[in-house]
Design a protein around this ligand. Structure first.
Ligand SMILES: C[S@@+](CC[C@H](N)C(=O)[O-])C[C@H]1O[C@@H](n2cnc3c(N)ncnc32)[C@H](O)[C@@H]1O
Length: 303
């Protein structure tokens, strides 16, 4: 077979495959009933509210899931969720969550820790029973780990020579088991740390060599400070607290007002007196504002 013919055949086959896929996707109508069922399933299991404005996003993510599961229609997938919801839940939720994050995202929060909170704690915190000063921070929707690692870097940079006198632990939780696994491994594309100062890159990240030169790995001194655990914020929280600071950023935006208020009251209980709650840029405490004092942009202190 000559090259031209081979190319023609290959093109023909690719075209055929694309047609079949397009036909299948076209045939896949997301009925109002299936849409409602899926929204309810997501809401019940995650608290995430999906409405008509999320229909396109849901359609795209579901189409991918259905291909991966070798099914043909949304109805078939709804049936799978009805029959085997427990087994399918983790995989489904992992595919539905939005995990966007970055190192030092909303940097004013880390600046507040560096310039205000950590110096004040270093001055005022008394040593605990172990003889060390105890610092506990919770990154409550940690996604792939950039948030807790940024917190760890900020703390190490602030405590410097005092570190030996401190017992610091950061708890990083998320509902999505895939993002937690990535956080635990602590390997990121090099371009994810492009924006952070050179000194921090040198102090806290190893760049890969050869084939891995486009990746970085976080130092063990950061990893050792962080425990990654799966936790659905809507479920019971097994930890005791209290926390000196809780990061609850860019997650409550996906919940309805009632769920948000319930969470704020639980965060309040988990915070030490004087502890800080950090929210995402487009989030606010609503009616719960009266129980906290506002100390900076989307930073709230429990009295
Ligand atoms: C947009 S990311 C925010 C990451 C990080 N906090 C930040 O601001 O960069 C939202 C995270 O919330 C998690 N999430 C959504 N619903 C959750 C729930 N019910 N419980 C715990 N985590 C949840 C998602 O898996 C996702 O990783």
């Amino acid at each position: 077979m000559g090259m031209t013919e081979l190319r023609r055949n290959t093109n023909h086959m690719q075209g055929h495959l694309q047609d079949r896929r397009a036909n299948r996707d076209q045939a896949m109508q997301l009925s109002q009933g299936d849409f409602k069922f899926i929204c309810q399933f997501v809401y019940n299991n995650t608290g995430i509210v999906l409405n008509d404005s999320k229909r396109e996003m849901l359609y795209r993510r579901l189409t991918r899931i259905i291909r991966e599961r070798n099914l043909n229609t949304f109805s078939e997938y709804c049936q799978l969720l009805r029959d085997q919801g427990e087994q399918e839940k983790d995989y489904f939720i992992n595919s539905i969550t939005t995990n966007l994050t970055s190192f030092f995202r909303e940097n004013h929060h880390f600046e507040y820790l560096t310039n205000e909170e950590l110096p004040a704690l270093m001055k005022n915190k008394a040593a605990g029973a172990s003889g060390k000063k105890v610092l506990r921070i919770w990154s409550s929707a940690s996604s792939t780990g950039e948030e807790p690692y940024s917190i760890a870097i900020t703390i190490l940079e602030a405590l410097k020579n005092e570190l030996a006198r401190w017992d610091v632990k950061i708890l990083a939780t998320d509902i999505d088991s895939n993002v937690l696994a990535k956080g635990k491994v602590g390997i990121y594309d090099l371009n994810r740390i492009e924006e952070i100062p050179k000194k921090l890159k040198q102090n806290y990240f190893f760049q890969g060599r050869g084939q891995n030169s486009e990746s970085v790995k976080v130092h063990d001194k950061l990893k050792n400070m962080i425990t990654f655990k799966q936790l659905n914020l809507l479920h019971e929280w097994p930890m005791q607290g209290p926390f000196d600071a809780i990061f609850c950023r860019n997650v409550i935006i996906y919940f309805d007002k009632k769920t948000q208020q319930e969470l704020f009251s639980r965060y309040y209980e988990m915070l030490a007196p004087g502890g800080l709650l950090f929210l995402g840029h487009s989030e606010n405490l609503g009616n719960y504002q009266q129980y906290f004092s506002s100390v900076g942009r989307t930073i709230f202190r429990k009295p």
